[in-house]
Design a protein around this ligand. Sequence first.
Ligand code: URA
Length: 440
Amino acid sequence: MPFHMVEFIEKKRDGGEHSEEELHHFIKGFTEGSIPDYQAAAWAMAVYFRGMTPIETQHLTLEMARSGETLDLHDVAPFIVDKHSSGGVGDKVTLTLGPVVASLGLPVGKMSGRALAHTGGTLDKLESIPGLNVNLTIEQFKELLKSVGLVIAGQTHDLAPADGKLYALRDVTGTVPSVPLIASSIMSKKIAGGADAIVLDVKVGSGAFMKTVPEAKELARLMVDIGAGLDRKMAAFITDMSQPLGNAVGNALEVREAIDALHGGGPSDFREIVVALAGEMLLLAGKAAGRDEARSLIERQLDNGEAWNKFVQFVAAQGGDVEAVENPDLLPAARIQEPLTAPVSGYISMLDALTVGRSELILGGAREKKGEPIDHAVGVVLHKKVGDWVEKGEPLMTIHANSRERFEEAKLFLLGAYEFSDDPPEVPPLIHDLILPEEK
Ligand code: URA
């Protein structure tokens, strides 16, 4: 059957289901440029309103994964486990999870992204370590995966190029928040990246794409089913992003916190997420008999220095300054480090992740548009979180800024992140759910 783009759009507009063949023609034409952006945008809007069936979403995922190069890493590692977060504020999990999993002999080769809007990016965090290079060729990536067992790099243009193009178009046409489009976007990159097992961290709350637990569960279920349908081992956590994860938000500040956790310390909520996600990776890879054993192996590696040793090896291998991670006072630091104090006494009943994330834009630690430079030193360190009691005048957080003007603006803005109550508030659970493939 000849493919007609107008009919393809009309079919989705009227609530129809695309065949595998139609999706193949669409993705091929769009990637090559024979289908113009305006038609692809009209189709994305039709999907936004009409949705896609799970099988359609799986076909779209596979077509996007195959639109460019697909990696096969089995010549350097027998089993590849990947982890992906849907994006949040203070989410430095990869920095600690990567070394701890690799230290147990399970190779971790991760392609990560950059900060965009209010959400942080692993690559930017890593680049606050002087000299560390995240721009690697596929050959270098493979070499480090083999020799170190841990490599974190930027995604190459050749990996799922259809997704890169479609995501950029969705970004400017109001079609990002569509569950099947998000699911296929994330999963196409994971599939093209050669993962055998994938642990997903689907964030929920004001600082996440998914604002409610039912929405997050729908996305998680769809991604788990897509992966399982393509014979990948899958697990997806639904984790809280109503307030930031851990205490540090900001690139170099988050690296310090990740280093604390690699020395067995760090905030308990951050450590808990690392232990849960890393544990699940071990389980999927068959490196632990059960969840309890997996957890205790991860905790052991964090506490006995092995995960830290792997991190140092990784930093050195990617050209980073080892001295700066051994002595984090050498990491970029802001000139102004002053507190935001509590305006009243009371329990903290809200600490809005989105507001904290957006304050990074004011401080210069995040970017509004792709490619903008950022200041790695700035950010905030929280001293109190939801459920804690504060006295009027007590520090709520320390703001790290490099200009007085930005500091004052951020301070005013960040006050809007808080709500206080006289009675202890309900603290949201850190892990809302774990979604696994349905038993066949
Ligand atoms: N992250 C992605 O990679 N794609 C989306 O569509 C949303 C978040």
